[in-house]
Ligand binder design. Structure first.
Ligand code: FAD
Ligand code: NAG
Ligand code: NAG
Length: 400
C-alpha cells in the first residue's frame, strides 16, 4: 500500500526537521533555539538520549573526561566527577533539553526522507506522519543499530545470547562461564563487569587492538593526545603515546592483545576504530580472571563453542560485543552523501553540510566533541538562511 493511502498526518514545521533526539539532535535544536530558530525533533523512542537510557550497561561512565564531552552553550554541573556516570550524563541531557525547552516528538520512526526538488523541500515520512521542511538534519547517530554477526549454530545454543545493547549488569550471569565476542571498549567493560559478579568471561580477540591506559602520569591519555597534536604530527604523537602506554601497561601482545601495526590515532583517523581505554580489564586479564581466546568462533553448539583451532569450550551464556552501525541508508533516499554503511564520505571537518539543506551531526567519529562542533556550524548556517526571510519579528518559512 502506498503511503498516500494511509491516513497520514501532514505537518510543515517552522524550521528544520531534526531526526534523532540523542545528544546530537538535542544540541542542534538548542543552538538553533538560542538563535531564535524553532525546529522539530523526531525521535523513534520515548525519551531523549535513548541510547544512553536503554542500551547501555549500568556501570557505564563516560570514557573520556567530561570537558571533552560537553554540548554547546550549557555545561555540566560543577560537582560532576571527571568521568560522569551514565545516570549523571542522562540527567545532564535532561537538564540541557529543559533549559532550551526542546520537546521532541517521540514515537516517530523516520522510514524515509527525500528531497523534492520541484518544491525545494525535504519530505520526511514516519510510520504515521509526513513532514516537510527546507532543512533536514540527520542526527540518528553512528550507533543506531546493533551489529549482530551471523555465527554458525547460534540458534542451537541453549543459554542466553545478548548483544551488549541489552546487557545491563553481570548480575544475571553470576557463576557462569560467558563467551564475550569482541574486544573493543564494550567487550572489555562487559568482561570486567562479569568478573565483579563472579562470572568467568572468555573474551574472543580475533583482530588486533590498541589498549591504552585511561590516564598516564596523572593526566588523561585523551587530553595528552589532543595537547600533543597541536604541536606534533600524528605519527609522532602515536609513537609517544605507545611508548608511554608500554611503560605503564607492559607488552599487551603477551596477553593475546596484539597491537595493530598502525598507531592508535592514525588508525582512528583512517578507519574510525577507537582504541580501548583501560578501566581495569587489563589487570584481570593478567591475573587470568578474564581469559583471552585468540581464535575466532567456528560454530556455536548446544552448550558451548568450537573455535577455529578445533578447541571446544562449554559456556552458559554469550554476550555479543560486536558494535553498532548507522541506519541512514535505510531511510535517507536519493542522496549520495553517505556511504553504503551510513557513514560520511566527506572527512571531518567538512562532513556537516550536504546539498539542498541537508546537514549531519554526530557522524565525525569524534564522539560528543565532534557533535558540539557540528551543532554550532549547522545552527549558524541555518540561522543565516532564515534571517533574511523573516519579517519584522515573526519568522516565516516557505518553500520555493
Ligand atoms: C557504550 C557507549 C559509551 C560511549 N561513551 C562515550 C563517551 O564517553 N564520550 C563520547 O564522546 N562518546 C561516547 N559514546 C559515543 C556516543 O554514541 C555518542 O557520544 C553519543 O551518544 C552520540 O549522540 P548522537 O545523538 O549522535 O547519537 P545517539 O545517542 O545514538 O542518538 C541518536 C538518536 O536517534 C534516534 N534514531 C535513530 N534512528 C532513527 C529513526 N530512523 N527515526 C527516528 N529516530 C531515530 C535514536 O533512537 C537515538 O535516540 C559512547 C557510545 C556507547 C555505545
Ligand atoms: C506509537 O506509534 C504506533 C504507530 O503509530 C502506535 O500504534 C503506538 O500506540 C504508539 N505508541 C505510543 C507509546 O504512543
Ligand atoms: C586522516 O584521514 C584522512 C582521510 O580520511 C586523510 O586525508 C588524512 O591525511 C589523515 N590524517 C593523517 C594525519 O593521517
Amino acid at each position: 500500500m502506498g503511503s498516500c493511502e494511509k491516513d497520514n498526518i501532514f505537518m510543515k514545521p517552522a524550521g528544520p526537521i531534526i531526526v534523532g533526539a540523542g545528544p546530537s539532535g538535542i544540541a542542534v535544536a538548542a543552538c538553533l533555539k538560542e538563535n531564535g530558530i524553532p525546529s522539530l525533533v523526531l525521535e523513534r523512542s520515548d525519551c531523549i538520549a535513548s541510547l544512553w537510557q536503554y542500551k547501555t550497561y549500568d556501570r557505564l561512565k563516560l570514557h573520556l573526561p567530561k570537558h571533552f564531552c560537553e554540548l554547546p552553550l550549557f555545561g555540566y554541573p560543577k560537582n560532576f566527577p571527571k568521568y560522569p556516570t551514565k545516570k549523571q550524563f542522562v540527567s545532564y541531557m535532561e537538564a540541557y533539553a529543559n533549559h532550551f525547552e526542546i520537546r521532541p516528538k517521540f514515537n516517530q520512526t523516520v522510514v524515509s526522507a527525500e528531497f523534492d526538488s520541484e518544491h525545494g523541500v525535504w519530505r520526511v515520512e514516519t510510520q504515521d506522519s509526513v513532514y516537510e521542511s527546507r532543512w533536514l538534519v540527520v542526527a540518528t547517530g553512528e550507533n543506531a543499530e546493533a551489529v549482530v554477526p551471523e555465527i554458525q549454530g547460534i540458534e542451537k545454543f541453549e543459554g542466553v545470547v545478548k548483544h551488549t545493547s541489552e546487557y545491563k549488569s553481570g548480575c544475571e550471569f553470576t557463576n557462569q562461564r560467558v563467551l564475550v565476542v569482541g574486544c573493543g571498549n564494550s567487550g572489555m567493560e562487559v568482561s570486567l563487569d562479569l568478573c565483579r559478579y563472579n562470572a568467568s568471561p572468555f573474551m574472543v580477540v580475533r583482530n588486533s587492538v590498541h589498549v591504552l591506559p585511561r590516564e598516564m602520569f596523572g593526566m588523561t591519555t585523551f587530553g595528552i593526545a589532543i595537547a600533543l597534536l597541536k604541536w606534533l604530527p600524528l605519527k609522532l604523537v602515536d609513537k609517544l603515546i605507545l611508548f608511554m602506554a608500554n611503560l605503564k601497561l607492559g607488552n599487551t601482545d603477551k596477553l593475546g592483545l596484539r597491537r595493530p601495526k598502525t598507531g592508535p590515532l592514525e588508525l582512528k583517523n583512517a578507519t574510525g576504530k577507537t582504541p580501548v581505554l583501560d578501566t581495569g580489564a587489563l589487570s584481570l586479564i593478567k591475573s587470568g580472571n578474564i581469559k583471552v581466546v585468540e581464535q575466532g568462533v567456528r560454530e556455536v553448539t548446544r552448550n558451548g563453542a568450537k573455535f577455529m583451532d578445533g578447541q571446544e569450550i562449554a559456556f552458559d551464556s554469550i554476550v555479543l560485543a560486536t558494535g553498532y552501525k548507522s541506519n541512514v541508508p535505510f531511510w535517507l533516499k536519493g542522496s549520495d552523501f553517505f556511504t553504503k554503511n551510513g557513514m560520511l564520505k566527506t572527512p571531518f571537518p567538512n562532513g556537516w553540510r550536504g546539498e539542498n539543506g541537508l546537514y549531519t551531526v554526530g557522524f565525525t567519529r569524534r564522539g560528543l566533541l565532534g557533535t558540539a562542533c557540528d551543532a554550532l556550524k549547522i545552527a549558524n548556517e541555518v540561522t543565516c538562511q532564515c534571517r533574511p526571510m523573516s519579517g519584522d519579528s515573526k519568522l516565516e518559512f516557505r518553500s520555493k
